[in-house]
Design a protein around this ligand. Structure first.
Ligand code: WT7
Length: 649
């Protein structure tokens, strides 16, 4: 039995949900009148230029459409409509790696975004064009996203840690016309570079016409004549006003690439109205955002968390969002707590991997700072273990803040399962219950609800406004990836790729991916992508990678490699270094292998399928309970176990 923690109600003044009865009421309202309830919320929250005609169009399922024929502009929703009451309110507070500060008010944000939008237009960017944003964590990254939204261009932000190859793949897949980047930025007191990566990525690429370079760290870079332009030079001549494009609810807003279990990364496509509605609503429901709050999400804008909870959600809600260029552990283990004290942060949202790291390197550090401004502590990206939870709750939150363990995905656009901070009794490690309007259920393939304590598929059985619309350029993959596994009442439903369990009180416990996706530090990596990179090494014949539990990063990557010649069995550190360099080049440092074994073969079924479950068990040092007699060569398992054991000594 796990302990239950009740919200400290005195922290919350007028929360969206005061108690579980209010939660139940709205859940019931959605059950009674699904479309009507969504319509009410959409009308209340969005500044429409023209009303929508239909709430949910299911005629081409699973390509669902929401709020059809409604007209809006997401940049208007995030900026212009706040100017009346909040023009001098801080929209973005930015802190640089070295402690440098910038405060951008809503009026300034309006001006910066308009100027950037005009700059993009002057380079020929039009509604529907794809703009790749490969940027550090500086305000210009947010300006760039919103500038695209203003003129109806589709942005695709690529995480700055991805390699030139990974960036190139994404640029080509989206057929981007423009790349926005920076010379580089600062990390742990030192400059690092992005522009050279873009230069490399663009070798042999024809679709990109211009590269806009924000000069941030002023390090030496190469300028390609006719292609590269300086943001700093051009922005000063732009007009402060840029008319916004009137967008349809179902026009694309952005693409964000994420890993699947097979093949190349998929360009998850999000559209306008449904996405922004849910980004804003979850800020109010889950983060209890209030006018005077300072909200800090530590994600990178290259991930969905950064999109929804640094840029779109907080700004749509008219809040103040804190954006940080540096790392939480630099110059010391107190950096995060110092910033919370200094800015009087009210909601702090980070990943379990960061919590574990901060705990490890400075368990008592939070006590040195005044953290009493905090009301809500959020986590996202992976299940949080009891030790990390307890420290977050007791030491960071001083035993009074609500912890919201938010389960969601790139594909869901915003939170799906999460406590409501002033209402939900919390069990540490459980994301608790689906948010109102979200029909998240743990079922089997035929749609039967799983009984308590039995693992099932975590599915969302009704379409929801902020759901993925398709995979860019690959609608079949969209259907097969998400709607090919489970059915309810005979109808395909969205399957998340995660397994989960109900406990006897109906709390949801996420058990992790059931597909071949590894979660390292809350980042999704497909085994197929990593294997394809490793395979590029000339000595490698075959490879299988699996996730192995890791104290800090949640999971780490374990590679079983079969070499073309069987001489070098065991551990060959030099060869592994070479292989990791290939991974860094093909994907990025985040995908590097931590543990490895050179083995004589892989455990395969007679039909040639690699039995990853066995490899996962070996990586964990677990006993193999599975029947191995059906394998093509059962003796290979013993050999692998021997080798892994000898490597660990
Ligand atoms: C996968 C989605 C959502 C933004 C960050 C990652 C795992 C996410 C939780 C949580 C347990 C979680 C799932 C999910 N995940 N949040 N609170 N508890 N697991 O986005 O890269 O799209 O990854 O992250 O496995 O499927 P993403």
């Amino acid at each position: 039995m796990s302990e239950i923690y009740y919200p400290h109600k005195e922290l919350f003044e007028n929360p969206a949900f005061k108690n579980m009865c209010e939660y139940e009421d709205l859940v019931k309202e959605f059950e009674k009148d699904y479309e009507g309830t969504w319509a009410k919320l959409a009308n209340e929250k969005i500044s429409w230029f023209a009303p929508f005609k239909k709430v949910l169009d299911e005629s081409n399922a699973p390509f669902y459409k929401w709020f059809t024929e409604g007209k809006l502009n997401v940049a208007y929703q995030c900026i212009d409509r706040h100017l009346k009451d909040k023009k001098n309110k801080a929209a973005i507070i930015w802190e640089g790696d070295n402690g440098e500060k910038r405060i951008i008010t809503y009026l300034e944000l309006h001006r910066e975004v308009n100027r950037f939008a005009n700059l993009l237009k002057s380079l020929g960017v039009k509604k529907g064009d794809r703009v790749v944003i490969y940027m550090p964590m500086i305000p210009e990254a947010a300006f760039a996203m919103l500038a695209c939204a203003r003129i109806g261009a589709i942005h695709s932000v690529v995480f700055g840690g991805f390699s030139a190859e990974a960036l190139k793949d994404r640029i080509l897949d989206a057929e981007a016309k423009i790349v926005i980047t920076a010379d580089g930025a600062f990390r742990k007191g030192k400059p690092y570079m992005l522009k050279p990566v873009v230069d490399k990525a663009l070798e042999g690429v024809d679709c990109v016409e211009k590269v806009v370079v924000v000069e941030r760290n002023n390090e030496e870079i190469e300028w390609v004549e006719g292609r590269d332009v300086s943001y700093n030079d051009l922005i000063v001549n732009q007009d402060n006003e840029c008319p916004f494009e009137i967008m349809d609810s179902e026009d694309p807003l952005f693409l964000l690439y994420t890993s699947g279990s097979t093949g190349k990364p998929k360009g998850v496509e999000h559209h306008q109205a449904g996405y922004i509605l849910w980004a804003q609503l979850t800020m109010e429901w889950v983060f209890d955002i209030k006018n005077n709050d300072t909200f800090w999400c530590t994600a990178d804008i290259g991930w969905i968390t950064g999109h929804t909870y640094i840029v779109y959600g907080p700004l749509a809600a008219g809040a103040t969002t804190l954006m940080f260029e540096g790392v939480l552990t630099y110059p010391d283990a107190g950096r995060a707590w110092k910033m919370i004290e200094e800015y009087k942060v009210n909601q702090f949202y980070t990943a379990p991997t960061a919590i574990r790291l901060l705990h490890k390197i400075g368990a008592d550090e939070p006590k040195k700072y005044d953290l009493t401004s905090l009301r809500i502590l959020g986590t996202v990206g992976e299940p949080i273990d009891p030790a990390a939870w307890k420290w977050y709750y007791d030491v960071v939150g001083n035993g009074r803040c609500s912890i919201v363990d938010t389960w969601w995905q790139t594909e869901t656009g915003g939170h799906m399962i999460s406590p409501l901070p002033a209402a939900t009794p919390i069990k540490p490690g459980s994301a608790t219950f689906p948010l109102p309007g979200i029909f998240a259920e743990i079922i089997d393939e035929n749609g039967n609800k799983m009984p308590p304590n039995e693992k099932g598929l975590l599915c969302i059985t009704k379409p929801w406004p902020s759901m993925i619309r398709t995979i860019w350029g690959d609608p079949e993959r969209f259907v097969s990836s998400y709607f090919g596994t489970a059915k309810k009442d005979g109808k395909p439903v969205y399957f998340s790729g995660d397994g989960a369990i109900y406990d006897e009180d109906g709390y949801i416990w996420i058990t992790g991916r059931v597909d071949d996706v590894i979660n390292v530090s809350g980042h999704r990596l497909g085994t197929a992508e990593i294997e394809a990179a490793i395979q590029k090494h000339p000595h490698v014949a075959e490879v299988a990678v699996v996730g192995k539990p890791d104290e800090i990063t949640g999971e780490s990557i374990f590679a079983y490699i079969v070499l073309k010649s069987n001489e070098n069995l065991g551990e060959d550190v030099e060869l592994m270094k070479e292989i990791n360099e290939i991974i860094a080049k093909e994907i990025g440092n985040i995908a590097k292998v931590k543990d490895f074994a050179f083995v004589p073969g892989l455990p395969k079924t007679r039909s040639g399928k690699i039995m990853r479950r066995i490899l996962r068990a070996i990586a964990k040092g677990e006993e193999i309970k599975q029947d191995t007699s059906t394998l093509e060569d059962p003796s290979v398992v013993e050999k692998i176990i021997e080798i892994v054991k000898s490597c660990q000594i």
